[in-house]
Design a protein around this ligand. Structure first.
Ligand SMILES: CC(C)(O)[C@@H](O)C(=O)O
Ligand SMILES: [Mg+2]
Length: 553
């Protein structure tokens, strides 16, 4: 047993003393010790109920003869951190979460670990931590928030962000805005659309690290408590069989995750997170895999913010296993991939079926023929950029227009709300990359303001920052290399023509190469501006978005 290091033999009498101080009996000390990595806090609506999930997991561990030991990690709410300096800390917390998991798992030789994440950075942070420790592990997330309702129409957090733009444009009253504010987030759980948290929880299932239902069972359903119990019991089987994260998170598993991402129309943040997790798992995997998969797998689900459905609709339509079955039947899923259920994906999806073909479309009748995400390259993004093609209106798939350049999110939002943006413009928001921001903020306020002001069919936005899963429109992010690294985005001037061709995967600055080089040469050397030592250290150590914004080796 791995835990023998802290409990077996004469020399460990002091250690056993401490275990007894924790209330463990001699019998318990002999059993497998299971770390329960929780992330309960009173900050994130998606995490406020995680004590209930935690208790169910612990009950499952005990039912199966193990001894649970709870510990917790940090997390921030991206929604609450949005559009201010707080968001600069969000992506960096992923590395802290991974480090805190790794450090705890090194210090405490657990025999296995159950991970309980839910929101944006906690899921990839924990997956990275699990990969680095490579101790038998299993995930159960907190589940999705139910959708809200106004005028008998389902709404989610993205509607509130967009309604701010509508309000500023005089299209709705303050009473209408307040009604949306009061009803958009009716329960605990990760915000109700196919935003980042829910995408990552669905991909945890596709990766094989979570059990069926992990991605879609609503947070408030008792089924999630039962799932948590099953997961608590299952970790003992994983310990017994000695199946570890690196046995599961193989290249085939990552390709399955990207395939599901394409079908679901997932968050652009998966381009960062899957790449980062693969990096720490030692699997060869890059943005090129997204690009290849986007041509193999069609977009099957039109969930918020791209369409009218929410996570609860995906759940009732059959969930991730039904989507995976459709992909398997069309030859784009590796069904031999092993999972934490100790069954292959083929076995897990055997009884799955699509229960609502409007919510999960058939492979031959998709929403879009190509996958939800597209990787664009060109002189503006030599190393790549990402767009949620599934949420771009068809008028904007090919667009060419003059640049309006801003060196921060705040400046861009001021310009949008002060109606300085004209139809046809390409808004450029730069120095918001991993190094430049620092911290690669999410640009949900600018993208929602554009949508809310009714400009989403006329205006594009490009940035070296990133987006929320709730972002829609021609919003192209993760431009790599970023401005702070001397990327071509730093050379753009107001009025330059930018050409975007999403179907052909191109993004270019229509300025002569020589002029671009001259402009870049004249730029002052980038110096990070932050009062926080943590963010300064982050800026110095982080790699480019196309590499997942992991730390330099
Ligand atoms: C606040 C949101 C919706 O969670 C966003 O941060 C995302 O990435 O989806
Ligand atoms: Mg987010």
């Amino acid at each position: 047993m791995r835990s023998d290091a802290m409990k077996k033999g004469v020399k460990r009498a002091p250690h056993r003393s401490l275990l007894k101080a924790l209330g463990l009996t001699n019998d318990e000390i002999k059993r497998p010790i299971i770390g329960i990595a929780g992330s309960f806090n009173e900050i994130i609506p998606g995490h406020m109920h995680l004590r209930t999930i935690m208790e169910a997991v612990k009950a499952g561990v005990r039912l199966a003869g193990g001894v649970p030991m709870e510990f917790n990690t940090i997390g921030v709410c991206d929604g609450l951190a949005m559009n201010h300096d707080g968001m600069k800390a969000s992506l960096p917390t992923r590395e802290i979460i991974a480090d805190s998991i790794e450090a705890t798992g090194i210090g405490m030789p657990f025999d296995g670990i159950v991970f309980i994440p839910n929101c944006d950075k906690i899921v990839p942070g924990m997956l990275i931590g699990a990969a680095r420790l490579n101790v038998p592990s299993i995930f159960v997330s907190g589940g999705a928030m139910l959708a809200g309702r106004v005028n008998n129409k389902k709404i989610g957090l993205s509607n509130v962000f967009e309604d701010v733009g509508k309000y500023e444009n005089g299209k709705i009253t303050d009473t209408e805005l307040e009604e949306v504010e009061n009803n958009a987030c009716p329960t605990c759980g990760s915000c109700s659309g196919m935003y980042t948290a829910n995408t990552m929880n669905c991909l945890t299932e596709a990766l094989g690290m979570g059990m069926p239902g992990n991605g879609t069972i609503p947070a408030v359903y008792s089924e999630r408590i039962r799932l948590a119990k099953e997961v608590g019991m299952q970790i003992l089987n994983l310990v017994k069989e000695d199946i570890r994260p690196k046995d599961i998170m193989t290249r085939a598993a990552f390709l399955n995750a990207v395939a599901v991402d394409m079908a679901l129309g997932g968050s652009t943040n998966t381009a960062l997170h899957l790449t980062a997790i693969a990096n720490y798992t030692g699997v060869e995997f890059s943005l090129d895999d997204f690009e290849v998969m986007s041509h193999k797998v069609p977009h099957l689900c039109l969930l918020s913010p791209a369409g009218p459905d929410f996570m609860e609709d995906l759940y009732h339509a059959g969930g991730v296993t039904a989507v995976m079955k459709e992909l398997a039947e069309n030859g784009v899923l590796n069904t031999t991939a092993m999972t934490v259920a100790l069954k292959t994906q083929a076995e897990l999806i055997e009884n799955a079926r699509i229960k609502n073909e409007r919510v999960i479309r058939k492979f031959n009748a998709p929403v879009h023929k190509t996958g939800g995400l597209a990787i664009l390259k060109g002189n503006l993004a030599k190393d790549g950029s990402v767009v949620k093609e599934g949420a771009v209106s068809k008028e904007m798939l090919v667009h060419s227009g003059p640049a309006k350049v801003y060196n921060s999110e705040e400046d861009a939002v001021d310009a949008i709300l002060h109606k300085e943006i004209e139809k046809g413009d390409v808004i450029v928001i730069r120095y918001e990359g991993p190094k430049g921001g620092p911290g690669m903020r999410e640009m949900l306020t600018p993208t929602s303001s554009i949508a809310g002001m009714g400009l989403d069919k006329d205006v594009a936005l490009i940035t070296d920052g990133r987006f929320s899963g709730a972002t829609r429109g021609a919003s192209i992010g993760h431009i790599s290399p970023e401005a702070a690294e001397g990327g071509v985005i730093a050379a753009v001037e107001n009025g330059d023509i930018i050409e975007i061709d999403i179907p052909n995967r191109k993004i270019s600055l229509k300025v002569d190469d020589k002029i671009i080089k001259e402009r870049l040469k004249k730029l002052p050397k980038f110096k990070v501006e932050t009062e926080y030592s943590f963010l300064k250290r982050y800026s110095e150590n982080v790699t480019s978005a196309d590499k997942g914004a992991v730390f330099k080796k």
